[in-house]
Ligand binder design. Structure first.
Ligand code: AMP
Ligand code: ZN
Length: 471
């Protein structure tokens, strides 16, 4: 374990500036990242925070030691979108059973998807439904938090809802920099009559008999969206922790409201010290999202030819995502994936020359310590790839770096079946005397480092083609 003190700099949305990262307790660095709402396949935009914070998790483990980092990423398994999906997909089942089917299936798929993208499992992955009511183990739960907020004068009941009273918190709006007065002045939307202020938000709402619900002091109901993360982060990381992450769209209202709930319930000055937000993955300049319909699921990209007419390996998607700095927008394009694939191929071929184990190169760690600057980190890897030769230090360092970043350096192998299929296709073109197409295939394979050799079968006299990996 190296001493990470004062080495890592992170851009903090709270202060809009890069700051030296100082953990509350270097023996237990604590990070919470908002996880998926499990009603449908995750799209590749949803994969961005998972991959970005996986790299940060790996970096923290490197700096503070693998046993000294706690990473919590929740699963949101209570949401009206889930109810709607359950009713649609399993109309014949009781709602609770239907919901269970939807959330289990979707969570399983999510796990498969992010594993294919090379992400480590978080330390804890709590499900919201397990933190609604007071727990036998005494960990924080949503109903108790809401009770505390009411007792402390930060929440009120109105028309079957419990609402957070934003006016009770003088510095509400710090993260998104939307002071209350501004919001009130700018509010054009008709104020819900039961709300004291338009920005007051729901902590608890009553459920109809058909809707899922839990018995609470305010009747049978279900939690609002934000309270779950306040409960689950407190349950595993305590009232104040180090890093809280998610996509840019979560700054307001989700994270702003998490902060309001947690600080007011615990009487603390802050909820987390560093707030990190990734930029959007876009399609033609627009955020990829379910509601716009401009999305590709991770599963589709891995398993079908929907994007660019072919399947994409998880690690190519991973590298493509990391080639852009996490706070910048990414335009999702075939060209970008091809570029990542070519780079990864070069790196892996060079890393294949390693003969001895090596440490993760400090130059790469240094680059990543500057707010996860992947671009200079990758430039350094390309430099190592250029210098790599059988058994030299560059090859070994590169291999260690790729393993650190979550790329599978042990399967830097050629897809032999695919090569054989391309060779058969080329021989067919040759028989048709379509030299242009035949040459195209030869050159394409050469571009992938595969050299074809044409010869004759001594017995039959027929053309046979063999191949080898050219280094
Ligand atoms: P959601 O399921 O919409 O709550 O999103 C789960 C996570 O994915 C959140 O951290 C979002 O901020 C993030 N996210 C959603 N869409 C995108 C996108 N197009 N690009 C980057 N992050 C996204
Ligand atoms: Zn959250």
């Amino acid at each position: 374990m190296s001493d990470g003190t004062n080495r890592l700099n992170l851009h903090n949305t709270l202060t809009r500036s890069k700051e030296v990262f100082k953990p509350i307790d270097p023996q237990n660095v604590r990070m919470y990242v908002c996880g998926p709402t499990v009603y449908d396949f995750a799209h590749i935009g949803n994969a961005r925070p998972v991959i970005v914070f996986d790299v940060l998790y790996r970096l923290l483990r490197h700096l503070y030691g693998a046993d000294h980092v706690t990473y919590v990423r929740n699963i949101t398994d209570v949401d009206d979108k889930i109810n709607a999906r359950a009713l649609r997909d399993f109309p014949e089942l009781p709602l609770n059973e239907a919901i269970r089917r939807v959330t289990e299936k979707t969570a399983d798929q999510f796990h498969k998807d992010v594993a294919a993208l090379g992400c480590l499992e978080p330390t804890f992955e709590p499900r919201a439904t397990e933190f609604v009511l007071a727990r036998a183990d005494g960990k924080a739960d949503m109903v108790s938090l809401i009770q505390t907020l009411i007792e402390r004068g930060h929440a009120y009941e109105a028309q079957g809802e419990v609402l957070f009273d934003t006016a009770s918190m003088p510095d509400y709006g710090q993260l998104s920099r939307r002071p209350l007065e501004e919001q009130q002045a700018g509010a054009r939307i008709a104020v819900d009559v039961h709300k004291k202020n338009p920005q007051d938000f729901v902590l608890w709402k009553l459920s109809s008999p058909e809707e899922p619900g839990w018995d609470s002091p305010w009747g049978r109901g279900r939690p609002g969206w934000h309270i779950e993360c306040s409960a689950m982060s407190a349950a595993y990381l305590g009232e104040v922790f180090d890093i809280h992450g998610g996509g840019l769209d979560l700054i307001f209202p989700h994270h702003e409201n998490e902060i309001a709930q947690s600080r007011c319930a615990h009487g603390t000055h802050t909820m987390a010290n560093y707030w990190l937000h990734n930029g959007f993955l876009q399609v033609e300049g627009q955020k990829m999202s379910k509601s716009l319909g401009n999305f590709f699921t991770i599963h589709q990209l891995l398993e079908t030819d929907i994007f660019g007419g072919r399947k994409w390996p998880g690690e190519v998607l991973r590298l493509a995502m990391l080639m852009t700095h996490y706070r910048e927008p990414i335009d999702f394009a075939v060209r970008k994936l091809e570029e990542a694939e070519n780079t990864l191929r070069k790196w892996k071929r060079a890393a294949d020359l390693a003969t001895a184990p090596a440490a993760v190169p400090d130059e790469m760690i240094g680059a990543l310590c500057d707010d996860l600057a992947t671009y200079p980190a990758f430039q350094f890897l390309s430099q190592l790839a250029g210098e790599a030769a059988e058994g030299n230090a560059a090859a070994s360092s590169l291999k260690a770096a790729l393993a650190f970043l979550g790329f599978d350096v042990f399967s830097a192998k050629v897809d032999e079946a695919l090569v054989e299929r391309r060779i058969a296709g080329r021989l067919a073109f040759i028989r048709e005397k379509n030299w242009a197409e035949a040459d195209k295939i030869r050159d394409e394979l050469l571009g992938h480092g595969i050299q074809l050799k044409d010869g004759k079968d001594p017995a039959t006299g027929e053309r046979v083609t063999t191949w080898e990996v050219k280094r």
